[in-house]
Design a protein around this ligand. Structure first.
Ligand code: SF4
Length: 65
């Protein structure tokens, strides 16, 4: 299991993360990322990490629980 964290101050609403993992990331009415899950199982981790890395402003992190 891994924890997903989002820096809401840094997010600029590019939505790359949503394209990469729409089961974990969404954009709220203010155009800021929101987490649909706080944790992801190990089998999803690589895919979610790749989505997090696609953020142009490095607002996302995936960490060990
Ligand atoms: S890719 Fe980054 S800047 Fe874009 S919505 Fe996701 S967290 Fe925000």
């Amino acid at each position: 299991m891994a924890i997903v964290k989002a820096d809401l101050e840094a997010c600029q609403g590019y939505a790359n993360c949503v394209v990469g993992a729409d089961d974990v990331f969404d954009i709220d009415d203010d155009g800021i990322v929101m987490l649909l899950k706080a944790t992801v199982p190990d089998q999803d981790r690589a895919r979610v990490e790749e989505a997090a890395r696609s953020c142009p402003v490095s607002a996302l992190a995936v960490a060990d629980e």
